[in-house]
Design a protein. Structure first.
Length: 81
């Protein structure tokens, strides 16, 4: 009986962990999408080349940071991290 209860508790923890990862990922992707939209609006409103360079650099930083964040929250099952 205790073993069955332990399996239920482990399943509950796994499901809670999955939902947490889904929520965190959706928040990260939502913020990323909002930042891209804001960058596009800013570029379309003002077109000096300095703004385009700054926004391009920020866009590149966001593009490379999102996969790193996702890998942090979704590590490979066989890794020891």
């Amino acid at each position: 009986m205790g073993n069955r209860t332990q399996k239920s508790v482990n399943l509950f923890r796994d499901m809670a962990d999955i939902w947490m990862k889904i929520i965190i990922s959706s928040i990260i992707l939502g913020l990323y999408s909002a930042s891209i939209i804001l960058l596009l609006v800013k570029i379309s409103q003002e077109s000096p080349w300095q703004n385009n360079v700054i926004l391009g650099i920020v866009d590149i930083m966001l593009t490379y940071s999102v996969p790193t964040i996702i890998r942090h929250f979704f590590p490979k099952r066989d890794s020891q991290d």
